[in-house]
Design a protein around this ligand. Structure first.
Ligand code: SF4
Ligand code: SF4
Length: 107
């Protein structure tokens, strides 16, 4: 873990690995849908070496923390346990076990 307490770094590589886009907690949200369209455009056009703004990316909440969209459905099951980032950063060993969009970033 880094000294800053940032367990998972917010990088383009990690944004691409994140599977939040397939998660039932957020895929009925209109707010997320709008953000996803914008994010797709940003990711397709991002110049190498640049990193998008966290608030434009509807995922990687283990790095960025609570989502600002209010219409997510946290009665559904978080799928972070199936994500490659989960393994890579050993998130099963963290303070929070998924639902980073609801509870804040991984520590
Ligand atoms: S662990 Fe969860 S929040 Fe983090 S990148 Fe994977 S799916 Fe996204
Ligand atoms: S952090 Fe977990 S609950 Fe939230 S959108 Fe990602 S996979 Fe779903």
């Amino acid at each position: 873990m880094e000294k800053s307490g940032q367990r998972v770094p917010f990088t383009v590589e990690n944004i691409k690995k994140c599977i939040c886009r397939d998660c039932p907690v957020q895929n009925t949200s209109q707010c997320i849908r709008k953000r996803s369209e914008k994010a797709k455009e940003i990711m397709e056009n991002i110049e190498s070496g640049l990193v998008p703004k966290p608030e434009d990316i509807p995922g990687l909440y283990c790095a960025t923390g609570v989502v600002t969209c209010k219409d997510i459905d946290t009665s559904q099951m978080c799928i972070c346990g199936d994500c490659p980032i989960w393994e890579e950063y050993n998130l099963a060993d963290g303070e929070l076990l998924g639902y980073y969009c609801r509870d804040g970033k991984a520590k």
